[in-house]
Design a protein around this ligand. Sequence first.
Ligand SMILES: *Cc1c(COP(=O)(O)O)cnc(C)c1O
Length: 421
Amino acid sequence: MTRTSTAGVAPAPASRAAAGALDALDPLRGFRDRFEIPPDLVYLDGNSLGALPRGLPERLREVVAEEWGSGLIRSWTGAGWMEAPRRVGDKLARLLGAAPGEVLAGDSTSVNLFKLLALALALRPGRRVVLTQRDNFPTDLYIAEGLCELAGARLRIVDAGELLGALDGEVAVMSLTHVHYATGLIHDLPGLTRAAHEAGALALWDLSHTAGAMPVDLDGAGADLAVGCGYKHLCGGPGAPAWSFIAAAHHDRARQPLTGWLGHAQPFAFEPAYRAAAGVGQAMVGTPSILSLAALEYAVDLWLEVDLGAVRAKTVALGNLLVGLLASRCAGLGLSVASPLDGAVRGAHVGVRHAQGYAVMQALIAGGVVGDFRTPDLMRFGLHGLTTRFVDVWDAVEALRRVLLEETWRRPEYQVRAAVT
Ligand SMILES: *Cc1c(COP(=O)(O)O)cnc(C)c1O
């Protein structure tokens, strides 16, 4: 396998110094110092777990010691804990092209998918089909399967190229992931949203690999519903709260079924019957995870200083450098790029196949270059707009070249599969 085609790839810099020169010109270079990154690590997994923002431990210490320790129960109002899901949601809205009141922080992406898919079915009574793509992220498929079973709806799973043809009068909602978790291929969010609407269906977007990686305009595209993670590019911390977006046009027209007390219009009225809170507030279920929300909010505040257009330009350039260097430095070593070579339709990670991808990635990690692996043979290299440098890409490709030339991946310890890959 020597299919690292170079068609359409700009010539890559021929030296580490040339890559360093690109860093010197990077308008975002100052942001790397706002994160804690071990000095000898080449970290290319910010798309799975974003780096730790500097100052965040101190902020968490304050929330724990002062807001919790001293404020105790008074902090639900006194420290703004109760509003945190909406407040953080409003900040996230600015990164998503959404309006205040359309985004709520909380729960996991999986749980939010359940709530919003169910809401979509309720918004389109008479239509009982959820349409999705065969190689969507597994949780998106699994949650849709479980919900359809419960709701008596049908899940229609098709290949990406068949989506438009599958949009008929039965489809209540088309549920897609904007940036593919493995290949990084970007869907045309405005175009597919329009196609869904023309068929009378709603569009639900999973922006897990989008938020913090590129600008997105949910309201401009007329998107109906969206979800995404807080712990990937956004750097909100391991298991950070996810978020939900409900377009204002759909507020107060139907309700999602996880009718917990904090999604009630007046939780502290302690009424026996449920009445949904207005707007996106109905997506709230139970008591929010304040410590995790505080971490996410600290990270999101940092993001509010960032020009996402510059982030996008940089991650495209980093990706172009990566595929260019793979072609020039690793030709004939059994690699094939699974991501689009055209940066315009490639998100902020690059997938690279190798028959021994798992072992190769373990050897890379042992050498201080951290990416990850997706079965059966895909190594993923995440390019983070605020923390990845051009020299990191250079160093990663040189390390990969050495692992392949010296076949260090053959060592037995690199063959053992860990629980998290
Ligand atoms: C990472 C990811 C998720 C993760 O969902 P969790 O509920 O946070 O575990 C969901 N969808 C996509 C597309 C992802 O990339």
